[in-house]
Design a protein around this ligand. Sequence first.
Ligand SMILES: C[S@@+](CC[C@H](N)C(=O)[O-])C[C@H]1O[C@@H](n2cnc3c(N)ncnc32)[C@H](O)[C@@H]1O
Length: 348
Amino acid sequence: MTLKERLVRLIETGGPIPVSTYMQLCLHDPAQGYYASRPAIGRDFITAPEISQVFGELIGLWLVHEWRAMGSPDSFRLVEIGPGRGALMQDALRLAMVAGSEDFAKAMQLTMVEMSPALREMQCAGLSSAAPEFVSTLAEVPSGPMLLVANEYLDCLPARQFRKDGTCWRECVVGLNGERELVFGLAANEQAAPEGVAAASAAVEVQVGLDLILADLVMRDAPYRALFIDYGPSDVAPGDSLRSFKDGKQVSPLALPGESDLTVDVDFGRLARLATKASLDVAGPVPQGMFLMGLGAQARLNQLVKANPDEADAIYEAVRRLIDPAEMGERFKAICLSSPGLPQPAGF
Ligand SMILES: C[S@@+](CC[C@H](N)C(=O)[O-])C[C@H]1O[C@@H](n2cnc3c(N)ncnc32)[C@H](O)[C@@H]1O
């Protein structure tokens, strides 16, 4: 039975399901979810570390800088959540080893937070010399100083969607029409206005996973620092941003459950508010272009072009995509959450 057929059965038996449940099943069903069974990074969608090595390399320099800012602990966890094919970490470690000398390498234990068996295999193959350990959730990362990085992970966290219906709010659900096709609808029950929603909003998305990340971070002993890069607004909560991608093209989120990627915009304003309320230090969000330029993107670009003159145009074009405000430079943001008392992180 396909995931679509299972979803139809589930809804016929128990009634419409929240959009967040639909997203969770489509992405992470252990047998037929997108990431569990057929993640196609580079074909369905492309991410910054897959566009240019400069992205991961600058994060490598950032990691060494922040390790030193934490007092160069002689043992720490280097954690990546949602590492995809492992490109970011491969580029980061290559540069970190050069910039950080042997001490950084000796002190580091690489820990990957990844639920997808298919992606774990790829990450293992590309990073075998760093002997990564694998866990499925941030809560499982052993104690000790930690530097964490996550690119395009937050946008995969399932979002509950709410919509104003006249004067009341209702949750958006996935149900069935008369032809037993998946359709969006509204739950019968009214509910209170979602927390923090602007008076003028008619729709809002809430990613409960953001609360869970904060809960996992505050439970850790200091010091730690977590860098998240993703797309989304920094001032208003997203309304309805659920999108789906297959073979580089946008498709309906209901068309190919488990066969296409599902994603939402990240509410950076809410993430910053939650972190501040939990007494973490918050830097950003800042636009990705500004963050990368602050870390030395121009200098690294110049070095690469000088070393590879035959590929100069392609190298330049790839870095431009990451930085140009008309491409990824403005829409993508970086935010850094730290245990209290550390200096301001680089790039903010
Ligand atoms: C869009 S890909 C990004 C990959 C990579 N960071 C990059 O930039 O190329 C999303 C990654 O997050 C992982 N992921 C999504 N939801 C997750 C969750 N709840 N827990 C752990 N990993 C998750 C996926 O398996 C995948 O590795």
